[in-house]
Ligand binder design. Structure first.
Ligand code: ADP
Ligand code: MG
Length: 632
């Protein structure tokens, strides 16, 4: 019997292990199963490359609860350890590793969330002491003629190491679960953890048994009952789709993997992107585009990060570009440093490369989807536009690439790329200053009359309705040359695309002044800026418009990023455009009594407000009353 001190030079780190990361005690299981997996894969490697007589077989890892004795067992059939190796790997290497890890975070004990240490890899074997008061290792090396070893440690720096009785190759870790950690003796809790961390690990993991029904052969007698059998309950899929070659997978395989990842998700993904690089970093994974609604916030935290098929976190901020956190799926990379803080991660060169690789892959995929089947891409546009528009706004590289597939739909359901749109409208929608004006609407119903007025001139009107569109428009205006966007209700159509300098007014200057005075008497200047315009006589007499710049700034402010203009809580701004060439305006001027004039003005103003959806409440009631009076 050997007794010894793990490391005499060191103060007792066990209380620290226990205290530290108290919200994350559960990771001990992931660490121990990772070790069991490593040991099994190492054996596989040895069996493959050396001529040592190693029978690899079909090894599995077993997790077993002994509720009576308050023990949890993790058993593998990997390469095992000799007594010398236990001393070296457990007492020395693993211990100093844990020590180093704790040293780094000692002062932040219990504040793991705040420091944002991703996944907390690094504590390793000794994380067992977060939940156990005593830990035993029973192990037998694959090497011939080596005795089994039995190591015991009760959470002090003292350990015992004796000859063991284990007959078969591999390692069994026995945790004597501490009083305050008995939750880890509950089957449901262990099940939950296995599902969270180990669902896709490469070695089959057995947890108990289950009843399975053996399907009957096709020619079975009709009275035959299917046979029931007790089989191992294997909790993981050791060969998840992302570890396979894209060429070996069909569309259906990707879909069924999606269901495996998100069993509660009934909607199918729109398409997937298989990531696969080995230089200059290793990364595999599958990203899915789900249908994305206009609510940007609720859909994050759906991408899972793995390291060699071990789940690490579903918070991939800083690894995946922000705009892609709306996607779903998995990424797996051994090259993402995991036990470091998020702020460090942000500056890490390898991580930056990974983010830009993912961005490029997504852009390439979108481009090929667009080229291969444009019709289908157009159909999906509404469900994917938010991600693409967000990406164009936040990643310059993506913005450049997106020119090839970003679409600009019209109110008539046509879809143009930017270049197509440009060529289509450049002849007709260029104003007298040679500026191309792109007209858009945000709502077909609310802006119906304005859309019709634009169409009557032969103009194309886009339908741009995503919540971040004002930001994107702003960006397009600065990055494309000599263009501007205008919402159809931003001004009268002749002013939106000015073709000539002046139109002849039917009114004399004197009449204009008279009209101006009259309007100002009746219409509150706080609500509307009155603007007299000589327009076509068949255009509407009164039109309410909302100047593009102010409205857009306001929208940008509401969706973030507006305060940089120093305009908090900007008021709604409306103009009232009065067509001086319209018959009704002449009629207002010619009417004898003041009262009648006022009534005509109010009625016209209300009609204009009605067409902008601005007439509500008491004003609407009064309008309706007045209208009945007039037709009586
Ligand atoms: P790491 O896994 O990062 O090396 P750990 O603290 O988890 O650190 O484990 C330390 C070492 O102990 C391992 O590298 C391995 O040599 C040995 N070890 C731990 N668990 C097992 C096991 N189940 N079978 C064989 N060796 C193991
Ligand atoms: Mg380990």
């Amino acid at each position: 019997m050997a007794k010894g001190n793990i490391n005499v030079a060191v103060e007792n780190i066990f209380p620290l292990i226990k205290k530290f990361l108290y919200s994350d005690h559960e990771i001990f299981l992931r660490e121990l199963i990772s070790n069991a997996t490593d040991a099994t894969l190492k054996l596989k490697h040895i069996a493959n490359v050396s001529d040592a007589k190693v029978e690899y077989g079909n090894p599995q890892i077993e997790v077993k609860i002994d509720k009576k004795k308050k023990r949890l067992h993790i058993i593998d059939q990997g390469l095992g350890m000799t007594a010398e190796e236990v001393k070296k790997y457990i007492n020395e290497i693993a211990f100093s590793g844990a020590e180093e890890f704790l040293d780094q975070y000692k002062d932040k004990a219990g504040k793991a969330e705040e420091t944002g240490i991703i996944g907390h890899f690094g504590l390793g074997f000794y994380s067992a002491f977060m939940v156990a008061e005593k830990v035993e290792i029973l192990t037998k090396s694959f090497k011939e003629n080596e005795d089994a070893a039995h190591w015991t440690c009760d959470g002090s720096t003292e350990y015992t190491l004796v000859k063991g009785k284990k007959k078969d190759r591999g390692t069994e870790i026995i945790l004597h679960i501490a009083e305050d950690s008995t939750e880890f003796l509950e089957e449901s809790r262990i099940n939950e953890l296995l599902n969270k961390y180990n669902k896709f690990m490469p070695i089959p993991i057995k947890f108990g048994t289950k009843e399975a029904t053996i399907p009957l052969p096709d020619d079975a007698d009709k009275d035959a009952k299917p046979e029931k059998k007790t089989i191992d309950n294997i909790i993981n899929n050791p060969n998840p789709a992302w570890t396979k070659q894209p060429a070996d997978l069909k569309d259906e395989d990707y879909k069924s993997f999606y269901r495996e990842l998100y069993p509660m998700q009934f909607e199918e993904p729109l398409f997937h992107i298989h990531l696969n690089v080995d230089y200059p970093f290793n990364l595999t994974g599958i990203l899915y585009f789900p249908k994305i609604t206009n609510d940007l916030n609720i859909q994050k935290d759906k991408i899972q990060l793995y390291q060699n098929q071990v789940f690490v976190t579903d918070n991939v901020e800083n690894i995946v570009p922000e705009f892609l956190t709306m996607l779903r799926g998995v990424i797996d990379s051994p090259d993402i440093p995991l036990n470091i803080s998020r702020s460090y991660l942000q500056a890490d060169g390898a991580v930056k490369k990974i983010a830009s690789y993912i961005t490029r892959k997504v852009a390439d995929k979108l481009k090929s989807l667009f080229n291969d089947n444009r019709e289908d891409f157009e159909k999906k546009w509404d469900d994917i536009k938010i991600v693409i528009e967000y990406g164009m706004l936040s990643e310059e590289k993506f913005f450049e690439k997106a020119d090839a597939f970003a679409l600009y739909p019209t109110v008539d359901g046509k879809y143009y790329t930017y270049d197509e749109l440009y060529n289509k409208i450049k002849a007709n929608q260029t104003d007298k200053d040679d500026k191309l004006v792109i007209l858009y609407a945000s709502n077909k119903d609310e802006q119906h009359s304005y859309i019709e007025a634009a169409k009557a001139k032969g103009y194309e009107v886009l339908l741009l309705d995503s919540p971040i569109i004002s930001h994107l428009i702003q960006k397009l205006e600065t990055s494309k040359e000599n263009i501007s966007f205008a919402r159809v209700d931003a001004d009268h159509i002749d002013n939106l695309i000015k073709k000539e300098d002046t139109k002849i007014s039917k009114l004399s200057d004197e009449e204009k002044n008279k009209l101006d005075d009259l309007l100002k008497e009746v219409i509150s200047s706080e609500k509307f800026m009155v603007q007299l315009e000589p327009m076509d006589s068949n255009a509407a007499p009164f039109i309410i418009t909302q100047p593009e710049f102010m409205r857009r700034m306001k929208e940008m402010q509401q969706t973030g990023g507006g305060s940089m203009f120093g305009m908090n809580n900007m008021p709604e701004m409306y103009n009232l455009v009065v067509n001086t060439n319209h018959e009704l305006v002449g009629q207002i001027l010619g009417t004898k009594t003041k009262k009648k004039q006022e009534r005509l003005i109010n009625q016209s103003l209300d009609l204009a407000r009605l067409s902008q959806g601005l007439l509500k409440g008491e004003e609407l009631t009064n309008f309706i009353k007045r209208s009945y009076e007039m037709i009586k």
